[in-house]
Write a protein that binds this ligand. Structure first.
Ligand SMILES: [Fe+2]
Length: 420
């Protein structure tokens, strides 16, 4: 059964057909977003697209085009009468120049609707294209929040991975070509008008992608839950995301064809995206970005490697410990009378278990890093925007200590709370 849910912010959500199992709810001051969830929900693309425009640009990557997803999307759009152009050159970790190429292609057409189909990179390319096409300039001009003065085109987001949650965010993460700094470019007008969550589309991803995107989504849930911007509205999304992701990651690892688990992961990742939209992230993401920039470590692996040690560092703060403990209680990892201290330790242990199931590297040295690189990594981590929202203050010297701990393989089996 397909569920069509209207995310009308500041109001309770009304599902048009049976809201069972659709725990979308939100608070905030953003514009409306419609979420369509269910196996084969991509078949609704043409119907929803023609309500928003009649000339569409479909943004995706070459791999998804080969997998046949783009062809299907094109078919639904054209059968509903939309004239559609395909841009299938979005790249992993999109850059200002790759987004510019998409915008230049779009400029040669007369589109009035954008559809982003793929992982976070394709959806962010679609969003970035929207900024440049409607407001001009370069992506750096939109680094920050609310810098687009002109109206933007409606966007439909269709994720094919359960990871970034970009489909529920008004931010595009675009890297500067020269500095490799990831620029978070956000504007409420860039939020997708419609998001289609079809778990069948996530079946085509390789197991490695499932692991990397799933762990990234887990980190989104846990970092947004404790960051300094966390609030009651974002916390509800963080908790829902954590429950869904923690409960379904093992199933998508062991039984990749499990549609129910895939659907729950997709919902979980979207909740995590909605949580970030209403709050922020923290130091695990700050540590991850320099690893990606310097040695091309996949984002999910970089975040996963950094997450437990950052959680241990943060849980020295009682307010953070209490949030972690509640999450451990929500998933019944501990009894209700377990102390915050013990419950938060158990939660960190559970995260490590999930990382083991993902079969990720356990140290920076396994990824080829050496001690001499750490000061530079730490400097770069301290400059990341996300670091400013970490619940405990971060600076280069603290990042240096955390990276140093991660360099050594056996540290991964030690108690991280004693590490700093
Ligand atoms: Fe992430």
């Amino acid at each position: 059964m397909l569920h069509r849910v209207h995310l009308r912010f500041n109001m309770e959500i009304k599902a048009s057909e049976g809201s069972i199992g659709i725990p979308f709810f939100a608070e905030g001051n953003l514009s409306d977003q419609e979420v369509i969830f269910g196996p084969d929900s991509i078949s609704k693309l043409g119907e929803v697209a023609k309500e928003l425009g009649d000339r569409a640009l479909l943004v995706t990557d070459s791999g998804l085009a080969k997998a046949g997803h783009a062809e299907r999307a094109l078919d639904y759009l054209t059968r509903s009468g939309l004239e559609t152009k395909l841009f299938d050159r979005s790249i992993e970790n999109p850059t200002d120049s790759s987004v510019r190429a998409c915008a230049e292609f779009a400029r040669s057409t007369e589109i009035n609707l954008i559809v982003g189909l793929g992982g976070g990179s394709s959806m962010d390319t679609a969003k970035g294209c929207n900024f440049l096409l409607t407001n001009g300039g370069k992506m750096a001009d939109y680094w920050g929040v609310g810098k687009a003065n002109q109206s933007m085109l409606p966007l439909i987001a269709i994720p094919t991975t359960a990871g970034t949650g970009s489909e529920c965010q008004s931010f595009a993460l675009i890297s500067d070509d020269e500095t490799h700094m990831k620029m978070a470019c956000g504007d409420s007008k860039a939020l997708p008008k419609v998001t289609i969550l079809d778990p069948i589309l996530t079946l085509s991803q390789p197991q490695r992608v499932t692991a990397c995107t799933g762990i990234d989504a887990l980190a989104h849930a846990l970092e947004s839950a404790v960051c300094t911007k966390s609030n009651p509205g974002s916390s509800r999304h963080s908790s829902e995301a954590f429950k869904l992701i923690e409960g379904n990651l093992p199933a998508v690892f062991s039984d990749p064809e499990n549609i129910e688990a895939r659907g729950n992961m997709l919902l979980g990742a979207s909740h995590a995206g909605a949580a970030i939209e209403r709050s922020m992230l923290g130091a695990a993401h700050s540590m991850a970005n320099p690893l990606t920039a310097s040695r091309g470590v996949v984002h999910g692996i970089a975040v996963g490697l950094s997450l437990p040690i950052v959680m241990a560092y943060n849980s020295e703060e009682q307010s953070v410990r209490s949030v972690y403990a509640n999450l451990a209680r929500i998933i019944k990892l501990v009894d209700s009378d377990t102390s915050d201290h013990d419950a938060s330790k158990k939660l960190i242990g559970r995260v490590k278990e999930l990382l083991m199931l993902a079969e990720f590297p356990k140290s920076l040295s396994e990824l080829g890093f050496t001690h001499s690189e750490i000061p530079n990594l730490a400097q770069n981590a301290s400059k990341q925007w996300t670091a400013t929202f970490n619940p405990r203050p971060m600076d280069a010297s603290i990042f240096e200590k955390l990276y140093s701990q991660l360099l050594n393989p056996e540290v991964c089996d030690t108690d991280f709370s004693e590490a700093v």
